[in-house]
Design a protein around this ligand. Structure first.
Ligand SMILES: C=CC1=C(C)c2cc3[nH]c(cc4nc(cc5[nH]c(cc1n2)c(C)c5CCC(=O)O)C(CCC(=O)O)=C4C)c(C)c3C=C
Ligand code: FE2
Ligand code: FE2
Length: 388
């Protein structure tokens, strides 16, 4: 095998406070994040929600130094993977493709089409698959592939999710032990897995395998850890009014505090890099909630970042993927279509002339309502809690 390319996919984060607004706009413009019946409403609503959320979000980023460390850490992970692959005798170019901020996936693709690589391995930096994370990036790549004849000639393979990889489980287990051993009685510390939440409808209606993968991942980490500690799984970072996967992290912490738990370590389970949801949400917000609930000794397991066991695990995954039959983007996205992934497709099924007329009328009413709410600050979105 000649020179390979590795495309690392991640969400991206604002580098500085001025980036927060445009970053949020990009995020909320994604139909895999906010699912609307009418595509044309996506951009105005994204602008509206991003504008309303910007201040709170900026305050949060201020608390972690004025920007996200995600780009820096992802690039460091890339460097470490390149180095490890070199040791394994595999030369590689590493590309970082973020979904909603720089370096965008499109920028990475532009670069890699110029370089002479023999094969590309696409690796999302999310251990578990969700339609809102890896799924969204795969969708974008599928689109870029369709548009670019140069890409159509490129040999590639995709790693859809990798939470079962033994090296990853080992790295998580070692990181947990490191934190447990800071306590005087490590075996009695409560291990609290905090996964990023997604709306419940993604799983129940759209068929997102995310919840099942998170549950299995938690189970496998506990197996690898092989310690007697009690553990809990909960879901963090809910945004907006709809129901997300439960239990919510804040409720579960209060409940455990109420039951007399005093020593607890949080394990962030959907992320492999430190970012706002570990550094601000867990370390500041959830710590405060836990302490108020009587959990006086609150620890947090670091994200794997460039942990050597973790980097070795990712490098092994890449080498293995090169030996396996290729997995194509159409295979990882088609799997989801069969389980009725996208609400917007549901709306397209019924397109008839009269349905379109009615769709248009309802959409127009919705848009007028949104504009009134924007001007007056009162309306349905405020009542249901989407806007404050
Ligand atoms: C509104 C819906 C959102 C869903 C669904 C969602 C899923 C999801 N996100 C991550 C990982 C990350 N999210 C990050 C930022 C971020 N995500 C949302 C919203 C949803 N995420 C918002 C509004 C933001 C911006 C921050 C904020 O205002 O709260 C990031 C980047 C963090 C950074 O340091 O900049 C990551 C990473 C996962 C894993 C996930 C579902 C599994
Ligand atoms: Fe989030
Ligand atoms: Fe998110």
């Amino acid at each position: 095998m000649g020179r390979i390319g590795v495309l690392l996919l991640n969400l991206g984060g604002p580098d500085k406070l001025e980036d927060v607004g445009p970053f949020l706009y990009n995020l909320f413009s994604d139909p895999e994040i906010i699912r609307l019946p009418f595509r044309w409403m996506q951009k105005p609503l994204a602008w509206f929600i991003a504008t309303r959320r910007q201040k709170t979000s900026q305050e949060n980023y201020k608390q972690i130094g004025g920007g996200s460390p995600l780009r820096r850490i992802t690039e460091e992970q890339g460097e470490a993977i390149k180095c490890q692959l070199g040791k394994l005798g595999q030369e590689a170019n590493i590309y970082v493709g973020m979904r909603y901020w720089h370096p965008y996936t499109e920028e990475a693709i532009a670069q890699l089409t110029q370089d002479n690589i023999d094969k590309l391995v696409i690796l999302p930096l999310y251990p578990q698959f969700s339609i809102s994370t890896s799924g969204s990036s795969f969708r974008l790549l599928e689109q870029l592939w369709k548009e670019n004849p140069k890409l159509q000639g490129l040999e590639y393979t995709v790693i859809p999710s990798w939470y079962k990889a033994s090296g990853y489980l080992q790295a998580m287990s070692e990181l947990i032990i490191g934190e447990l051993e800071k306590f005087p009685d490590p075996d009695h510390v409560h291990i609290f897995f905090s996964a990023h939440g997604v709306p419940k409808s993604y799983v129940k209606e759209a068929g997102d395998p995310y919840q099942q993968e998170i549950e299995e991942c938690t189970y496998l980490i506990m197996q690898t850890l092989n310690r007697p500690n009690p553990h809990t799984l909960a879901y963090q970072s809910r945004v907006g009014p709809v129901e997300w996967l439960q239990p919510y992290t804040e409720d579960a912490l209060k409940e455990l505090g109420g039951k007399g738990v005093k020593n607890l370590v949080v394990v962030p389970i959907s992320f492999v890099s430190e970012h706002i949801e570990t550094l601000q949400e867990i370390d500041i917000e959830y710590r405060e909630i836990a302490e108020e609930a009587g959990i006086h000794n609150f620890g947090r397991v670091p994200a794997p970042n460039t942990n050597p066991v973790f980097i070795q695990a990712l490098s092994d995954l890449i080498i293995d993927a090169l030996k396996q039959p290729d997995l194509k983007l159409s295979q990882v996205t088609q799997m989801k279509k069969r389980v009725r992934m996208y609400p917007q497709e549901r709306w397209e099924w019924g397109i008839t002339t009269s349905a379109e007329v009615w769709n248009g009328r309802i959409a127009m009413l919705g848009f007028i309502g949104l504009m009134i709410e924007l001007v007056t600050g009162k309306g349905l979105l405020h009542v249901i809690g989407l806007l404050h």
